[in-house]
Design a protein around this ligand. Structure first.
Ligand code: ATP
Length: 426
């Protein structure tokens, strides 16, 4: 029988071998499951490893942590644990479980189950395979639902006909895997997806929830939508969602043509490595920029954005005047700093990729790479010693000295003190 673990990166292999040994010692079965199995077979990199145990996961995780020196976090309320290794590997452990949905879109009821139950609760056949880590079946694939042949035939297929109505976030996941892997949604699944959309399985998010209080909540759609926006070519995912009439799962107001998003993605793909970028947020800025103020505000209220995220999205939507100022024929570095400093870093990065004008790109890069982090070597105490009385004037002088430093007109502390003294005397 084929050993699928022969394809795994050495460091990961070492870790999962230890997990297999610990499972043997404790007399339970341990498997890697889900997306990681799909990616091992496809030869795609993935550092998110899910382990399912047939037997309690928490004491098992603790014993693995002890044997391998990993950091362990346990979540007794969910019966899950996370192990983390310094080289960036993270591993989630959970005992095999069975899930049932009391009504469409409800939170599932969870009971202990077998590995097969656990695979059956998953979204698509390609994500519902496991590989055994115990010595006697090391590397053996568990494929109860035809995941391997779907993977070979590039098909996205749900496991049962209630899948999308049980959990409508799977509609977003379905499109995401289809577009990311360049697979296709096989006809039965596509029919079920369209039927779920027709049957309005998404009441909790866009208006009244008539069926109960525990339906899928906006944060779960949002988590999936963010993953989509962080993909390499999110415009392809969104175009597909739009064609399926499924964009409204997130928000009706998103119906733009995604042209700007595509341009930004092209520029991002050639981005210098030192410009750190929050991909999902930049993508979101590109598609919310044309929304009316009221629609954008209601969109921002609907999902659990952090304060700085919504602020930066609003700033991006109102950035035309910033770009106009940045494209002035003459602009000193300190002037560019003055324009960009009030904005959140993510907004500035967005603007960097939003524009094509070379001059503006250079100015923004200069800011991001050098000027944004510039500090001066004098402070308010120095100014008081120079005789400046406490108050607004101190801040004004310090800012002028900072601008002079950015423009290269003062360098060391001595020059800065001299400049401050001259400004104070004015
Ligand atoms: P990615 O490569 O984007 O991380 P993934 O498949 O690893 O994809 P996760 O969201 O980390 O995605 O989920 C891990 C696994 O959990 C999936 O492969 C799937 O088996 C299962 N899963 C995740 N979300 C759902 C869902 N909504 N319904 C059913 N199963 C799910």
């Amino acid at each position: 029988m084929k050993n699928y673990l022969s394809r795994v990166d050495k460091r990961i292999l070492n870790v999962i071998r230890n997990i297999g040994r610990a499972a043997d010692r404790q007399g339970l079965r341990a498997y890697i499951v889900g997306g990681i199995v799909r990616d091992i077979i496809l030869g795609r990199k993935n550092l998110d490893i899910d382990i399912v145990t047939e037997g309690p996961a928490i004491p098992f995780a603790q014993s693995v942590a002890k044997a391998t020196g990993a950091k362990v976090m346990v979540y007794p309320q969910f019966g899950t644990a996370t192990l983390q290794w310094p080289f960036g590997l993270r591993l989630d452990l959970v005992a095999a479980r069975q899930e049932t949905y009391p009504h469409p879109g409800a939170l599932p009821q969870v009971r202990p189950g077998t590995l097969k139950d656990d695979l059956f609760r998953r979204d698509f056949t390609i994500n519902a395979m496991a590989i055994c880590l115990n010595h006697d079946r090391w590397g053996q694939l568990v494929d109860e639902f035809g995941g391997l042949s779907d993977l070979r035939e590039k098909k996205i297929r749900v496991l049962h006909e209630r899948s999308f109505s049980d959990d409508p976030t799977r509609i977003l996941r379905c499109v995401r895997f289809e577009q990311r892997l360049r697979f296709h949604i096989e006809p039965w699944t596509l029919g079920l997806l369209k039927q779920a959309l027709r049957e309005e399985v998404i009441p909790a998010i866009n208006g009244g929830d008539k069926r109960g209080v525990d339906n899928v909540k906006p944060p779960r759609y949002f988590t999936e939508f963010k993953k989509m926006l962080a993909e390499e070519q999110p415009q392809r995912h969104l175009t597909r969602l739009k064609a399926l009439g499924a964009l409204r799962i997130v928000d009706d107001a998103l119906k733009t043509d995604f042209h700007l998003l595509k341009q930004i993605q092209q520029r991002l793909s050639q981005a210098p490595e030192d410009i750190a970028c929050n991909r999902w947020l930049i993508s979101l800025m590109a598609i919310t920029g044309t929304m009316s103020g009221a629609k954008l505000r209601s969109f921002l209220r609907k999902f659990p954005f952090r304060k700085e995220e919504s602020e930066s999205i609003l700033q991006a939507a109102r950035s035309e005047h910033v770009l106009r100022k940045l494209s002035a024929p003459k602009l000193s570095r300190s002037q560019a700093y003055g324009i960009l400093k009030p904005l959140h870093q993510d907004t500035v990065v967005y603007l960097r990729f939003r524009v094509s004008q070379k001059k503006v790109v250079q100015r923004v890069d200069q800011y991001l790479r050098h000027d944004a982090g510039t500090r001066i070597d004098i402070d308010g105490e120095d100014l008081k010693r120079l005789g400046v009385s406490p108050g607004k004037k101190i801040g004004t002088i310090l800012q002028k000295v900072l601008f002079m430093k950015i423009d290269g007109r003062v360098k060391n502390r001595e020059q800065q003190l001299a400049a401050a003294a001259a400004l104070a005397a004015k």
